[in-house]
Design a protein around this ligand. Structure first.
Ligand SMILES: Cc1ncc(COP(=O)(O)O)c(C=O)c1O
Length: 382
């Protein structure tokens, strides 16, 4: 049976365009982009061309784009530097990725004031609580993701940026799940700092982007050869950066059509699941990423269904990959007030490039068969 991969929020397969763009650099053209010979200059030109493309795609200036090893590094670097360079206070949504939550914990251990912001039952940050806390900590750094990796819930970024800046604060936005899935203009959204990872949109793993508004000065946390304006020194991951650039370009071209196909697929899957399992509970409210469907199969145990689906060639996950690997309850659903029964039966389906209603229909077929098999094996009630 063909594999049906619906776990793109964990990691998307490498896009053909990214592979083709990386190949020459992996096979024979690798050189240090800081070298002055022709090969070095070609490497530098390739990196700067990706920087230009990424800046254009994000509504930013090229000098505002810094290449990192991924979103985790970008989140750490942005928050450690922004908070420790004189602000000393951080407010963050409880639904953030561990890359933000654990950085907040590290800052708290160093004596910084950190405050977790409540999340609504729909999974977006509680705006009233956010405003109240920002009022109490003027000038704080605010960390609030654009789209949640587990539920797809979207935060109202413009409104959040306005609140952050009203008290003279800074706004950090984790755009890891929304980049190349929904249009983004970082300047128009008034974002000061942002983080993303290439493998979420079909680039290679281990490479990502830190965006830093050019008027903002941050002190480095790593020291070395001065690359990336000294903020992120170390020889650049040339093939990785080139692959990321190609994946970003491919992901953004035809995004409107792709997003419509995801929306249709999501709706089709949600309706079909309700028919197959009437107790199904969809998470995330109305403002969600088109490619993500988080659903609790109340009365079922998530690992039983996930394993059965995997045997049938359908790969999905129980919330985030990290939480699933560690088999821990989801902190995101917990923050949304979701109870243990729903938490223990949650499965996330996330669509990727070139997928749409056809994949949703195939998924429904396999899920229906999986439920029938589990029923006849006596593993779920008849
Ligand atoms: C919202 C979000 N932020 C940050 C990360 C971290 O990305 P990486 O593991 O590629 O550094 C992820 C990955 O799951 C994510 O979904």
């Amino acid at each position: 049976m063909d594999s049906l991969y619906l776990d793109h929020n964990a990691s998307a397969p490498l896009r053909r365009e990214a592979y083709e763009a990386m190949r020459p650099w992996l096979e024979k053209r690798q050189a240090n982009a800081s070298s002055l010979h022709k090969a070095g200059q070609a490497a530098r030109a390739a990196i700067e061309s990706v920087r230009d493309g990424a800046a254009k795609a994000l509504g930013a200036w090229p000098e505002e784009i810094f290449f990192t090893s991924g979103a985790t590094e970008a989140c750490n670097l942005a928050l450690l530097a922004a908070v420790e360079d004189g602000r000393w206070a951080l407010c963050f949504s409880q639904a953030e990725h561990p890359a933000v939550l654990q950085t907040a914990a590290a800052l708290a251990a160093k004596g910084c004031a950190v405050k977790a912001l409540r999340v609504t039952p729909q999974g977006s940050v509680d705006l009233e609580h956010l405003r109240a806390e920002l009022k109490a900590s003027p000038g704080a750094v605010l960390a609030c993701m654009h789209a949640n990796n587990e539920t797809g819930s979207l935060n109202p970024i413009e409104e959040i940026a306005r609140s952050a800046h009203q008290g003279g604060g800074l706004f950090f936005c984790d755009i890891t799940q929304s980049l190349a899935k929904t249009p983004l203009d970082l300047h128009a959204l008034d974002i000061d700092l942002a983080a993303a990872s290439a493998h979420k949109f079909g680039g290679p793993q281990g490479v990502g982007i830190l965006f830093k508004r050019r008027s903002l000065r941050l002190a480095a946390r790593l020291f070395g050869g001065g690359q990336e304006q000294g903020l992120r020194p170390g020889t650049e991951n040339l093939p990785g950066i080139v692959g990321m650039g190609a994946a970003l370009e491919a992901g953004l071209s035809g995004l409107a059509t792709q997003a419509r196909a995801w929306s249709e697929a999501r709706e089709h899957l949600a309706l079909g699941l309700k028919r197959l399992w009437p107790q199904a509970l969809i998470h995330g409210g109305d403002a969600v990423l088109a490619n993500t469907l988080s659903v609790s199969f109340l009365g079922l145990e998530k690992d039983t269904l996930l394993m059965k689906l995997d045997q049938m060639g359908l790969q999905a996950s129980a919330g985030s990959a990290c939480a699933a690997g560690a088999s821990q309850p989801s902190h995101v659903l917990e923050a949304m007030g979701v109870g243990p029964a729903a938490m223990n039966s949650v499965i996330r389906f996330s669509f990727g490039a070139a997928q749409g209603p056809q994949e949703a229909a195939e998924a429904l077929k396999r899920i229906g068969q999986a439920l029938a098999d589990l029923r006849s094996a006596g593993l779920i009630p008849a």
